[in-house]
Design a protein around this ligand. Structure first.
Ligand SMILES: [Zn+2]
Length: 79
């Protein structure tokens, strides 16, 4: 078993069982992000969906959420 170190929290953690999204971003998350950080994002995601009143069947909403996801895991521009 190879060691897996999450690039977000820098802990050696359990990785996700599978890519969480069907996209390049999902593959990137699977390769670099641990299960605990993903759980953290799921909570944040719910808050964002409620905040913006997002309908996830809507392409614009999906796009916004994908952007927020990328920002959460890989973004540096949080000021
Ligand atoms: Zn992590």
């Amino acid at each position: 078993m190879s060691q897996f170190t999450c690039t977000r929290c820098n802990h050696t953690e359990e990785r996700l069982p599978a890519p969480p999204l069907r996209s390049d971003l999902g593959a990137r998350i699977y390769d670099t992000i641990c299960r605990s950080c993903w759980q953290e994002w799921l909570k944040e995601q719910t808050a964002i969906i409620n905040h913006y009143g997002l309908n996830l069947l809507d392409a614009t909403a999906k796009h916004l959420l994908a952007e927020k996801t990328e920002e959460f895991f890989f973004g540096e521009q949080s000021e």
